[in-house]
Design a protein around this ligand. Sequence first.
Ligand code: KE4
Length: 425
Amino acid sequence: MKRSKALFAASKKVLVGGVDSPVRAFRAVGGDPVFMRSGKGAHLTDADGKSYVDFVLSWGPMILGHAHPAVVRAAEGALRKGSSFGAPTEEELRLAEAVREALPSMERLRFTSSGTEAVMSALRVARAFTGRELVIKFVGGYHGHVDSLLVAAGSGATTLGRPDSDGVPAAWAKTTLCLPYNDVAAAQKAFREHGRRIAAVIVEPVAANMGVVAPEPPFLEALRELTRKNKSLLIFDEVITGFRFFYGGAQTGMRITPDLTTLGKIVGGGFPVGCYGGRKEIMDLVAPLGPVYQAGTLSGNPVAMAAGLATLQVLKKDKPYARMAEMARVIVTELRGMARFKGLPVQVNHVASMFTVFFTETPVRDFATAKTSDTRMYGRFFHALLERGVYFPPAQFEAAMLSAAHSKLDLERTLEAAARALRRL
Ligand code: KE4
């Protein structure tokens, strides 16, 4: 860890907290962050040459594993033709067509350079389309660092939000209603009280930012019904779930059609890409067609588009989803068994190739129950795995993910490390 430590010490003198995104600083698990130098397949190598089986996958994008040959070839090829023109290119057309083919609800779409930008833009066009201001989000849901969504639930389930970050004007936070995830009654109450003022509901169709929490039927169906009845818009934030569970969005499998969808991560193949889109009559409000302004110097960047398209093409051809889900099932089953054998209070929430280990007796179905997890125990578990070359998310309220590159050997190495880690807790 010598080189990582030296790099961290130097980084803290110029990068805020030594990182470009807070979760990378290991504050949630303690200790200094590991600086990564390279990745190949399901493995990362740190600045000191130590290798890890990677379950973070850059927080989702690297579903094919790191440095997949088809993605590298596509990005290199695009780069050789120039990296950015600030003009329309065929690459963005091809990726847009592939996205719409996989998610037909996105009749018109636009690429941005991050998931946050996609969410921010989707909210703006939703407010413009409905002429309303209020937005409902769910406590523990994370949709990027959009000012008005950086709010925590006020006391009680349906009070107006209050800022969860400094620098967010209270007035902006007050345009956001925070409700408990999976709580249909709270959503019904919110619409009874504020219905005609609600522009949109934004929801992760499978929550991953409180740790993995699956929607309990009829939660999402109820949101679809409530928004339709009240002429509000339903926004599925599929930045994580888009192309994660199968070739398409969680919406495809759930047969729920949102009015707007946001994407990111996988759709950029490891390059800075976000995307928002939905019904044509809504998206036609966006400039240059309509009065909702949204722009971006590097939006639709041809190198990123080429990498995203190559990623989707490999996913569509190889269909690695069943194998990734089966590998996750094996890991989850083994982890539950080991914890039970050790008498540890563990809940492992699992959806397809994503899972989260919570150290609590309480079943985790929303952020309030997720917070009963012993996060210090998670930190010890994380470091015990890290020591043994297994890289789980360095924070409790995140999702561990499988890639198409994880092998049986990686599974064995992970389970062996987990058995030892759980013994030491
Ligand atoms: P970005 O702006 O980070 O590209 O996307 C924001 C975003 C939007 N919606 C959902 C559902 C998301 O999960 C995210 C970002 N996810 C986090 C990890 N949970 C990114 C990691 C980080 O912040 O460093």
